[in-house]
Design a protein around this ligand. Structure first.
Ligand code: PLP
Length: 499
């Protein structure tokens, strides 16, 4: 610090309150207009990476600063003209939701207060609000509210936390000190259906078990795990000197929204003394619906659940959540309590230090947008949005069946898969199978680039499918009714070029 500044430091990143007020008001006005007109924009400009990079430019790190007004204005233009909008009513691609506008405001507030939600002392109210949000999420889906839990960045991380809790709880040796390979030849084994999301490969790899520690169990034509194969596999591995420790069930698979028979898996895991983890990153919130099926409601029996507030609770990215039936299992898996973190030395009651419950140390206040969204919608409002999403996906399934050039393939939760079949081709003809896959693969790219609507893809019983997934409170019946025409028009166009 120069001597001249010693008594009146002017930091380049400080901002006078009047400037903050006027820049903030302007930005909020721009965002309000953007949200009002969102449906008039294309879902995506469909640009190539080279086009996007050319717009951004290739300047080196600037030596000198730029006025925040200019920086924000530029960021605004770059983003509104060159983004894909998952909050657009016709975005129905991946499991990425429209974001509650209240969440955007909550993020601003969270960043302004900037509590460090690693330690209670550094974030007294924020930590309590996170604990409350976690409790509300548990109550929402029917999980015991005395459970432990915390927010993480997303579904992958939320599943990792469950995986690590399971590993610590079920390895018969001290895995945290000795490592995953210390079982004197006994290999830790995890069981999951072939429809399980790729987080499980990352977990097995990252945490030292290796992906061969995953026992892939077949899924039936309904994409649900085959529980008799699961039982047989566990028994064979136990007889063979393996160390089964984890059964994973999906509450809504990422491809088709299939729900595994969770009560049956819970029973099986209990019988063999294994941890039962439910990946509910997508579908767990649907367990709150009054008409949820017993298979889905069975997630309450899990030892741990991963779910994603940034999916079906409509929080802006990022927010994942892990719930663990017994909070002690998180402490067992993550706590070290070193002397330099004696935050609670003279506390009467042990406060919640989230760094002891998960992998992160410093933690942001991602809980605020989640907490706010849960309050703004309430249980009733959340259920209504989720039920509407499911209703719309089902109504597309019905629409599709009415069109000779479309073939409905699957329907689960708010995911519908289908494909385009040219009028002169027989969908059952084996000779046409490869071409139909190629055609629909090209078609999904074309739909995505068109900006008219955004679908993704899945493979359903060997068929390349278009996949609609609605976790979007802006999608309406008229958006759904518009889809068959778009798909058929672009499908005919693609077919004419490919054949
Ligand atoms: C999205 C998803 C994940 C991964 O969650 P992220 O938030 O993308 O990390 C895991 N499992 C399922 C079933 C999902 O739908």
């Amino acid at each position: 610090m120069g001597a001249n500044e010693a008594n009146g430091r002017i930091a380049p990143l400080e901002m006078a309150p009047e400037e903050f007020r006027s820049l903030g008001h302007r930005l909020v006005d721009q965002i309000a207009l953007f949200l009002a007109d969102l449906q008039k924009r294309p879902v995506t400009p469909g640009e190539t990476p080279a086009q996007v990079r050319a717009v951004l430019g290739n300047d080196p790190l600037p030596e000198r600063g730029t006025a925040p007004e200019t920086v924000l204005e530029e960021a605004w233009r770059l983003l509104v003209d060159h983004s894909l909008f998952n909050g657009h009513p016709r975005f129905a691609g991946y499991v990425t939701s429209s974001a509650a506008p209240s969440g955007a405001l909550a993020e601003l507030l969270a960043a302004a207060v900037n509590p460090n939600c690693g330690a209670w002392t550094l974030s007294p109210m924020a930590s309590e609000m996170e604990a409350q949000a976690v409790r509300w999420i548990a109550e929402f889906i029917g999980y015991p509210a005395r459970c432990g839990g915390l927010l993480v960045s997303g579904g992958n991380m939320a599943n990792f936390v469950g995986f690590l809790a399971a590993r610590r709880a079920k390895a018969p040796w001290d895995i945290r000190s000795e490592g995953a390979g210390a079982g004197s030849g006994k290999r830790l084994l995890a069981y999951a259906s072939k429809e399980t999301h790729t987080w499980i490969q990352k977990a097995a790899d990252l945490f030292g078990l290796g992906t061969n520690a995953i026992r892939w169990i077949s899924a039936g034509s309904d994409c649900r795990v085959d529980s008799s194969e699961l039982r047989a596999r566990i028994e064979a591995d136990q007889a063979d000197g393996g160390q089964p420790f984890l059964v994973v069930g999906s509450a809504g698979t990422v491809s088709t929204g299939a729900v595994d028979p969770l009560p049956e898996l819970a029973e099986l895991a209990r019988e063999y003394g294994l941890w039962f983890h439910v990946d509910g990153a997508y579908g767990a919130p649907a367990a709150a619906l009054p008409d949820a099926g017993d298979d889905l409601k069975g997630l309450v029996e899990a030892d741990s659940i991963a779910l994603d507030p940034h999916k079906w609770l409509y929080a802006p990215l990022e927010a994942g959540c892990t719930l663990v039936r017994d909070p002690q299992h998180l402490l067992d898996a993550f706590d070290y309590s070193p002397v330099y973190y004696r935050f609670d030395a003279d506390a009467e009651e042990r406060p919640i230090n989230f760094y002891e419950y998960g992998p992160q140390n410093s933690r942001g206040f991602r809980a605020l947008k989640v907490w706010a969204g849960l309050r703004v919608a309430g249980r009733e409002g959340l259920c209504r949005m989720i039920a509407d999403d499911i209703y719309l996906a089902k109504s597309l399934y019905q629409e599709v069946q009415a069109h000779a050039e479309l073939e409905a393939l699957s329907q689960g939760l708010s995911i519908t898969t289908f494909r385009y079949v040219p009028a002169d081709l027989d969908r059952h003809d084996p000779a046409a199978a490869a071409y139909l896959n190629q055609l629909n693969e090209e078609l999904v790219h074309r739909i995505q680039k068109s900006g008219e609507a955004f679908l993704s893809n899945a493979v359903v019983q060997g068929k390349f499918a278009l996949r609609l997934c609605i976790v979007n409170f802006r999608t309406t019946q008229s958006d759904i009714r518009a889809l068959p025409e778009i798909v058929i028009r672009l499908g005919r166009e693609t077919d004419a070029e490919l054949r």
